[in-house]
Design a protein around this ligand. Structure first.
Ligand code: F6R
Length: 240
């Protein structure tokens, strides 16, 4: 794992954005894995800015998001479909047929998970996967204890994860209890991974990751087994 130290959130976002743009420019039909949450928002803003300035185009891009809540329709304002539309997709040149997120309202969620895996496989490997990290070390919605070989599957969200994500809802009761997420094995299949880490509240998780002990009790530690992972972390997350 390579560590890039950024000054602050803005700097982390810009470095991530530059790296993404550099990689996309070098590929004919890039496949990008995307995350939601607070951490990548600045990077998405920077990508939008680059598009507006005519410095980036996304017409040959395919995207796969890590996860979606179970039970929220695409159009629900708190769904990850809506997040991605609002934070990135509606501002750039990308069409519906280029973007993929799990369908959290599928009648048969097990088939939905298999179908999502198939879609990723048919697109070739994910060239570059963007990740954030949960307070408990989750990546995607793979909570502690998840097998490093797991593929896209349905999960029960940890209470700590629901609490952390309650800030996006009116109350914790509204936060769904389940989600569909790419598995850790799915994530590790990506050719390259960029993990973004920002803020004091992530310092303990980052310190644990950097210690290097690989264990299923700490999902992000799986990245230690990936040959091509870059962590971009800001100063506040590095000062534990
Ligand atoms: C989001 C995701 C999660 C988040 C993590 C950090 O699609 O898969 O793993 O990356 O919960 O969230 P933030 O960035 O809000 O701290």
């Amino acid at each position: 794992m390579e560590l890039i130290q950024a000054k602050d959130y803005q700097d982390m976002s810009q470095r991530a954005c530059s790296l993404v743009l550099e990689r996309l420019r070098g590929m004919e039909d890039p496949v990008l894995g995307l995350a939601t949450g607070s951490t990548p928002e600045g990077m998405y803003n920077c990508l939008i800015e680059a598009y507006r300035k005519g410095e980036a185009s996304f017409n040959n891009l395919t995207t796969f998001n890590l996860d979606e809540y179970v039970g929220l329709k695409k159009e629900h304002p708190k769904s990850y479909h809506s997040y991605m539309k609002e934070k990135l997709f509606k501002h750039i040149n990308i069409g519906e047929d280029q973007i993929h997120l799990p369908n959290g309202t599928a009648v048969d969620l097990d088939s939905e998970c298999l179908e999502y895996e198939k879609l990723i496989k048919n697109a070739g490997k994910i060239d570059l996967q963007i990740l954030g990290i949960g307070l408990n070390g989750h990546i995607g919605f793979n909570e502690p204890g998840t097998s490093f070989e797991s593929r896209t599957h349905m999960v029960e969200l940890d209470e700590s994860t629901r609490k952390a994500n309650a800030r996006f809802f009116s109350s914790i009761e509204e936060v769904p209890k389940k989600a569909v997420t790419m598995g850790i094995g799915t994530i590790l299949d990506s050719k390259e991974i960029i993990l973004l880490v920002s803020g004091k509240n992530k310092a303990a998780a980052l310190a644990r990751l950097l210690k290097g002990e690989v264990s299923e009790s700490f999902p992000a530690s799986a990245l230690g087994e990936h040959p091509n992972t870059i962590i971009i972390a800001d100063e506040s997350s590095l000062n534990s």
